[in-house]
Write a new protein. Structure first.
Length: 184
């Protein structure tokens, strides 16, 4: 069983690199987008006093993200419409490395089964725009290390990594749109 998603494009990278801002601009431009699972889970878990948080129980947090990411992939792959994801299933392979989750083979299997377009857009660390907030508690060094783990995961899974330029959002969106057109 494999769920291929040639029309599904991932925008990934470390925290605070401008992914969510770019995808908001893409949505305004008419692209279908899927929000990052992690932020939604953090909001729900904090609202209920849950433990599935990056800084409390990262293994359960990862499992919730995996479930949500697989469901999002499956739902959007069925449409055949170009869809941009704020992170993908393969991000969790990097996350398990980042936080040291040893029982992670099923994350690898999921990343092999739930495939996206071969071209994955990577937002590199960008110190000038990096800020912490209630959900992004990582220090700069951890943000950079997160980026490295995620890039290694996608590279190891055979994706073509396309680095997003460090330019204003409109220019970044134009670059993304051009690359998507080339990939289709």
């Amino acid at each position: 069983m494999a769920f291929a998603g040639e029309a599904l494009f991932v925008v990934t990278g470390g925290p605070g690199a401008g992914k969510t801002t770019l995808l908001a601009a893409a949505a305004r431009a008419g692209y279908a987008t899927v929000a990052e699972s992690g932020r939604a889970i953090l909001r729900f878990q904090e609202a209920i006093g849950g433990r599935a948080l990056h800084h409390v129980d990262s293994a359960t947090y990862a499992e919730l993200m995996l479930d949500r990411d697989m469901q999002n992939h499956q739902a959007h792959a069925a449409t055949g419409r170009v869809t941009l994801f704020d992170r993908g299933v393969a991000d969790l392979v990097g996350y398990t490395r980042l936080v040291g989750i040893e029982d992670s083979e099923h994350f690898h299997r999921a990343a092999e089964i739930f495939r996206y377009n071969r071209k994955v857009f990577v937002a590199p660390p960008w110190r000038d725009i990096y800020v912490q907030d209630a959900e992004r508690r990582q220090e700069w060094a951890e943000a950079v290390h997160t980026y490295e783990c995620i890039v290694d995961a996608y590279d190891g899974l055979g994706y073509e990594l396309v680095e997003l330029p460090l330019v204003p959002v409109a220019d970044r969106l134009a670059f993304l749109a051009d690359e998507i057109d080339l990939a289709r």
